[in-house]
Design a protein around this ligand. Sequence first.
Ligand code: SAM
Ligand code: SF4
Length: 327
Amino acid sequence: MRDGQGRTIDYLRVSLTDRCNLRCSYCMPEECPRWLPRERLLADEELLRIVELLVRMGIRDIRLTGGEPLLRENLEELAGSIAAMEGVRRVSLTTNGVLLAGKLPSLLEAGISGVNISLNALERDCYRKIAGRDLWEKAWEGFQAAVSFSDRLTVKVNVVPMKGVNEDQLVPLAALAARYPVHVRFIEMMPVGRGAYTEGIREEEVLKRLEAAFGPLLLSPGPAGSGPAVYRRPEGFLGNIGWISAVSHKFCDRCSRIRLTADGWLKTCLQYEAGLDLAGLLRKGASREELLQAVEEAIRMKPACHAFGEAQEGDGWEKRPMSGIGG
Ligand code: SAM
Ligand code: SF4
C-alpha cells in the first residue's frame, strides 16, 4: 500500500481504549479526563473487521496501544485473532507495564512478539510524580516479567526525557540495556496534547550525558523492525540505546504508519486530524468495496510531513490527547 508521496504503508498502531490506570503529566490530565462514551468504542468484531481489511491492503506490523491496552478485557483474544491473520508479520504491545506480569504468558500464547514498556524513572518518587500513581513496583514487575521471556520477546523500554523532571534518571535507565537484553529508547517530547506544555530534552543533550557516563556510543542497527528509531550501542551492553526524535530529527520521509483510534478513526498523521471515520462507515453498512476505496483515498491524502515546532497551532491540528491516539 502506497500513499500519495510514494511511501509504503505497512505499519498500524491500534488504540484499544482511551482509558488509563496512570495519569502521566505530559499525556493525560489528572482532573476528570473526558473518556469516550463506551458506545463510541469499536466493538471487537468491528475492530477485527477493520484490521483484517487493512492487513489485506498491505499492513504487516501491528502495535496494540491505548490509553492502556491491558485495560481492554479481552486483549489476549484480540491479539490472538490479529496474529492469526494471513499476512501479519508482527503483533506487539505498548504498555505502561503495571498490569503486564500476570498477562504476559497468555499474551505470548496469543502470538505477541514484542513489548514496549513505558518507564520514565527507576526511582519510585520520581515515577509517582510523573505517572500520578504510586505504581512503580508494579511497572517494574512488568519489566522483570518481560525480561524473563526475552528469548521469545523483543523488549523495549520507552523513556520521555523531561527538563527538571527525570534528568537524573536518564543514565540509570539507559544502563538497563547493559544488564538486560532490552532496548532503551528516548522519545522526544512531541507537542501533542499536554506534551505541548512540557519541556523535553533534545537527542544531542541526552547523547552527551550518556557518552559522559558510558564512553563513545557507536551507531548500531538495533533490533529488527526498528521503525524510525536510531540506535547506538556502548561496549559490552546486552541491548541498544535508541532515540526517536520526531521534532529535532524529522523522519516523515520514511513514515510507514497509520493509526486506528479506539473510536474507529483511521488517522494518517500524528499531528493532524486528517483521516477517515471507519467506524461511521461500518455502522452505515458500507460494503467492503466502499471501505477499500475510502481507505485508499485517505492513505493517498496522508500528509507529507508534520509541522511540530514550527507553529503553536493551526487548521486541522489534532485536538485529542496522546492517550486518545496511542502514541
Ligand atoms: N499507556 C501505554 C504506554 O504508556 O506505553 C500506551 C499509550 S502511550 C500514549 C504510548 C507512548 O506515548 C508512551 O511511551 C508515552 O510515554 C508516549 N507519549 C505520550 N505523550 C507523549 C508526548 N507528548 N510526546 C512523546 N511521547 C509521548
Ligand atoms: Fe497512560 Fe501511557 Fe498516557 Fe501514561 S503515557 S497516561 S501510561 S496512556
